[in-house]
Write a protein that binds this ligand. Structure first.
Ligand SMILES: [Fe+2]
Length: 685
């Protein structure tokens, strides 16, 4: 507008005036701007204008210097501009408009923060609301209570637990009760939301969705359409981490050290084919299998357990039952930490539990509750879990379908619940703080009071390799470094040889020596010992095992095998299988120093017999397991079980050997089974 203002020419002025009065005044934002799919390198900014315009976004790291621009030609009322190439964990400011004019005035209100890189340990704030979109005072009060709660201006992740609008998921309802709602709408310009749909969002989805012209049926989820899908911009291609789902119907994303899985209970098919459900579960298994995050939060609208406005025992609650029977076993197989649900217009929170897939009458406190306390850190009772999926430590299920909805006299007597809230005053939202290996979950009532809280801690302290061998050519000072991964910020170290509490210590051994560092995480009580073997090359013969429980796959070591004193060409791995009799030895080299094993006499008669043909090595393994089998067993099926007898891997044997990566496994005892053979081995990271 300003650049036309200096024109004096009457004709141009007239044209300008006509343009100004006929079009420009009508050009304004009627929805948003709002933010979708923040990831470490990008975000999508969406808004709606009352008349069709082109789309433009200005952005930069200061509200007074929006030095970058992106423009999309073409006229539209619903705008979506995706920014890429941004810095991780960085706050940007932005304005939206047309190539003619900015329709928002730059300020701190128009900002967004890119996600940190996966694995980053910075504090993360999550806010979750469910069944909120009523457009009523409760919805606004819940939002205001959260905004007045400390730390809300730093919210990283805003979760919508479904039934995001009532009654039918129509666009006008989203407009009136969500994006346009006075007292609620002011957060959209700076706080991205991540949504799952509820049954109310899906009424309009089912109405407008079709496949081959057929609506209302068990259509492929890729054909699901409607206002909910027009509004959200969810990652379909793993843009924000996790396995690509290929659909906005369900998806995963990563934020720092938290992995989020956003499931869709509404793709349930009432003709009971479970077709869509099963496709989602197949993707879910893949996503969980690759997940390395410290904490995993799953969001699904329909709650598996509830005695609120919905009763999960009721025969009509087929979806709640399907979530419980079909999804929960998968989540628990991977030891998911927290499942957030809505649907029932109450707050309910279970114990840390495992294995409850039936109606409430089958709930067994003695066998299913992993921790009988309320999990409150202030009472010295935080829930503690390890970070190994194969040792199930339990999951907490939370219903928070009362962020705008409520029910008059809920039963709230589900036997697995530690805490429940509901009724006329029972409205609120969830506040979740994650820092390193600690997750605090609070239920914040609309009154501003914390009504329930608990904490989950992860005993996830790790050292890269243990024991460690340091090979010296001659006595010389050497630095031992007990660096570790995971844990809280309260990890201390105690050395076996000094009172020093620093992670690094210098030792000067004149003969072979063993030093131990004991690491303790004061928050979780977890302790870990790291063993350092400092050995002098000329005083040490590394042990050698051939076709036996083996061996030394140690970082920084190189290997050369010898037969009768002669190097064997290409025999430079940590293991070697002789095919003929002889005297075998191995040279191990590190830091330019070489130590040599004593010779090992191999006699062909020592060759394993038929019953013992299958071998695993190294044992213990640090992650890569080699299964050796001669031709006699090639093609046979095998499986690997943990100490609890759970199958964690299966496949077919191949001669002469196959490699199985087992890096994600907990330390401990495992079994390789094939036919009648049952071979024990250990994983030792
Ligand atoms: Fe619902």
């Amino acid at each position: 507008m300003r650049k036309f203002a200096s024109f004096r020419n009457f004709t141009i002025g007239f044209t300008f005036n006509f343009w100004f009065f006929q079009i420009l005044p009508a050009q304004s934002i009627v929805r948003g701007p709002y933010l979708q799919c923040p990831n470490p390198h990008g975000i999508t900014i969406m808004w709606r204008t009352d008349v069709a315009t082109d789309s433009k976004v200005w952005f930069g790291t200061s509200p007074v210097n929006l030095s970058y621009e992106i423009e999309i030609a073409g006229m539209r009322t619903d705008h979506a501009v995706t920014l890429n190439g941004l810095q991780p964990g960085t706050t940007y400011y932005y304005a939206v408009g047309t190539n003619q004019t900015q329709l928002t005035t730059p300020s701190t209100q128009y900002r967004f923060k890119t996600a940190p890189l996966p694995g980053t340990q910075n504090p993360i704030r999550i806010w979750a609301i469910g069944d909120f979109g009523k457009g009523n005072a409760d919805q606004i009060n819940v939002k205001n209570a959260y905004m007045q709660y400390p730390g809300s201006s730093q919210t990283d992740v805003w979760l919508w637990l479904g039934d995001n609008v009532y009654d039918e998921g129509k666009d006008q309802e989203y407009q009136d009760k969500v994006f346009g709602l006075e007292g609620f709408r002011d957060v959209f310009s700076w706080l991205p939301f991540w949504a799952v749909p509820g049954n109310h969002d899906y009424i309009e989805v089912w109405r407008v969705s079709s496949f081959l012209g057929i609506p209302y049926s068990n259509i492929p989820y890729t054909n699901h359409q409607g206002p909910y899908y027009d509004i959200i911009h969810a990652p379909t291609n793993g843009e924000a981490g996790g396995v690509p789902s290929g659909t906005e119907a369900f998806y995963a994303f990563e934020y720092g050290n938290v992995h989020f899985i956003m499931l869709n209970s509404e793709i349930f098919d009432f003709t009971l084919t479970y077709q869509n459900f099963n496709q989602m579960i197949d993707w879910l298994k893949q996503d969980l299998a690759q997940n390395q995050a410290t904490f995993t939060i799953v969001v699904v609208h329909q709650a598996p357990y509830s005695k609120g406005s919905h009763d999960s025992d009721s025969p009509i609650e087929l979806i709640m039952r399907a979530v419980r029977e079909r999804i929960l076993p998968v989540l628990e197989q991977y030891d998911v930490d927290v499942v957030l649900c809505g649907h029932s217009h109450v707050y309910e929170r279970t114990f840390l539990m495992h294995g409850h897939y039936g109606p409430s009458s089958t709930f067994n406190f003695a066998t299913m509750v992993k921790n009988p306390t309320n999990g409150r850190l202030a009472w010295g009772q935080p829930y503690k879990k390890d970070d190994r999926p194969e040792t199930p430590d339990g999951t907490v299920y939370i219903v928070c379908g009362n962020s705008g909805s409520k029910t008059t006299e809920p039963e709230l007597n589900y036997p697995a619940m530690v805490f429940s809230d509901g009724g006329p005053q029972g409205v609120g939202s969830l506040v979740i703080d994650v820092y390193r290996n600690r997750m605090d979950i609070k239920y914040l009532r609309a009154s501003g009071q914390i009504w329930d809280d608990f904490t989950i801690l992860k005993k996830n302290l790790k050292v890269p390799d243990n024991p460690r061998y340091i090979l010296l050519c001659e006595p010389t000072p050497v630095t031992l470094d007990a660096h570790y991964a995971g844990g809280s910020d309260q990890v201390s170290v105690q050395w076996s040889h000094t009172s020093s509490t620093s992670l690094e210590t210098v030792v000067y051994p004149t003969e072979n020596a063993v030093y131990t560092a004991t690491l303790t995480d004061a928050l979780t009580g977890q302790t870990l010992q790291v063993e350092f073997n400092v050995v002098l090359a000329n005083q040490w013969n590394p042990p050698i095992f051939l076709l036996q429980d083996t061996l030394w796959t140690l970082p920084g070591f190189t290997y050369q095998w010898f037969k009768n004193g002669q190097p064997i060409l290409g025999a430079t791995e940590a293991w070697f299988f002789p095919s003929e009799d002889g005297s075998y030895s191995v040279q191990i080299t590190q830091n330019g120093c070489t130590a040599e094993s004593l010779p090992f006499q191999y006699n062909i008669s020592l060759k394993p017999n038929q019953e013992e043909d299958l071998r695993v090595f190294p044992n213990p393994t640090t992650g890569l397991l080699h299964i050796h089998c001669p031709h006699t067993c090639s093609g046979e099926s095998f499986r690997i079980l943990n100490a609890l007898g759970q199958v964690i891997h299966s496949g077919r044997l191949q001669a002469p050997h196959i490699n199985i990566p087992l890096f994600g496994l907990a330390n401990g005892l495992y079994f390789l089974q094939s036919g009648s053979r049952n071979i024990r081995f250990q994983v030792q990271h």
